[in-house]
Design a protein around this ligand. Structure first.
Ligand SMILES: *[C@@H]1O[C@H](CO)[C@@H](O)[C@H](O)[C@H]1NC(C)=O
Length: 381
């Protein structure tokens, strides 16, 4: 009797969970992505901005620098692949045979949510990316009106309302602000940053976007770049070895971003908004790295200076230059799959693969989507 009651309960509970998780169905004809280097598939490099991306970037998967600040694929590459979609073409990558049939990627490395300033790495802040999307859409609709000739290169008109709009942006707003603001000032600026984000989302909603997929920001205090600059005094580090102030700001940003998602569900009629807790996945990976098969949690694979950080802000991955009178090169480690971090700022392909497979469990999503997986994630690695 007790056993059968338990199983009835189990069945009821499973049913509750199923009906809670009804938002995501993974059946999108196109994806439009907005963000920074976490999801830039070649935009900033195509724009000809900044220093060229050198080998060994791209070495693990593409055998050459492929516009990504990584040894291989990014989270967005794995997610697209898992739903059997081609990699997203960067908006500004116009040479060759760009295929925008299943979407377009507006993300550019270094981008912020707040408008860029003269000192910004990327001029393509969130508002600009949204404006670029409108240009893209106008142009697609014009071309569609000309007949079938371009059909296989560009989205169909209804893909704009049926497509998935993905976002991974905010890290540079916080990380950049720490160079000239106190922790309290950075935290106080979060509502302004998120207001700008909300404005962009509203514009997209007003022109027909209905499915939103929003990654929160990662534990930026665990990046060697921030540890090198902000933790010269070890008391600034937490027990894992990350800069406490940066992770605190990221957590508060995420709390407010999560609240914004909840609020917008009440404002955007007929929309689904999926919030993905990337912070928890990445922080857990760094804290428990050996359990997930990694040998190094914070040390950069590609860099200069050796452990513990192997990061020197004067030289980036792949560069050769004279430092302190000696010609040096920032080289890659022997086996990037042993490292969580690629270059002191960005994650390795192996780490991105781990994060993607965790995202695809649905457990880090609000609302969770565990029942909506039409596939066992087939991450090819
Ligand atoms: C590390 O793993 C342990 C055991 O599963 C877990 O309790 C802990 O929360 C993890 N650490 C982080 C930061 O997620």
């Amino acid at each position: 009797m007790a056993a059968s009651l338990t199983s009835v309960f189990a069945a009821i509970c499973a049913f509750c969970l199923l009906s809670l998780a009804s938002a995501v169905d993974f059946n999108y004809p196109a994806v439009f992505n907005f963000g920074d280097s976490n999801s830039d598939t070649g935009d900033l490099v195509a724009a000809g901005i900044g220093e060229p991306l050198l080998p060994p970037n791209g070495q693990t998967y593409f055998s050459r620098p492929a516009g990504r600040f990584c040894d291989g694929r990014l989270i967005i590459d794995f997610l697209m692949d898992a739903v059997d979609m081609p990699p997203l073409n960067a908006y500004l990558d116009s040479i060759g045979a760009p295929i925008f049939h299943k979407g377009c990627n507006f993300a550019a490395a270094g981008s912020t949510i707040l408008p860029a300033t003269a000192n910004s790495i990327s001029p393509f802040s969130f508002g600009v990316q949204v404006a670029q999307f409108f240009k893209f859409k106008d142009r697609v609709l014009q071309l569609l009106a000309k007949g079938k000739k371009f059909k296989k290169y560009i989205p169909q008109a209804d893909y704009f309302s049926r497509g998935l709009y993905m976002f991974d942006i905010g890290q540079n707003d916080l990380a950049g602000a720490f160079y000239y603001k106190t922790e309290d000032q950075v935290i106080a600026s979060i509502p302004t940053i998120l207001l700008e984000f909300e404005n962009g989302l509203k514009k997209l909603y007003e022109q027909g976007a209905r499915s939103f997929w929003i990654h929160n920001t990662g534990p930026l205090g665990c990046l060697a770049q921030n540890i090198a600059f902000f933790a010269k005094d070890p008391s600034k580090l937490d027990e894992i070895g990350c800069v406490s102030s940066h992770n605190q700001a990221a957590k508060l940003f995420n709390l407010q971003l999560h609240a914004l998602c909840t609020k917008l569900r009440g404002v955007f009629a007929d929309a689904t908004i999926t919030y993905i807790d990337v912070f928890s996945i990445k922080f857990n990976l760094i804290a428990n790295y050996s359990r997930y098969g990694f040998e190094n949690k914070i040390t950069a694979c590609c860099g200069y200076g050796g452990p513990p950080l192997n990061y020197d802000s004067r030289i980036s991955c792949g560069q050769t230059k004279v430092l302190d009178g000696v010609l040096v090169t920032a080289k890659a480690c022997d086996d990037a799959t042993e490292y969580v971090n690629w270059d002191g700022i960005h994650y390795t392909e192996a780490a991105n693969h781990h994060v993607s497979s965790q995202i695809l469990t649905g457990k880090f999503a609000d609302p969770p989507f565990t029942d909506k997986m039409p596939f066992a994630p087939t991450l090819k690695f």
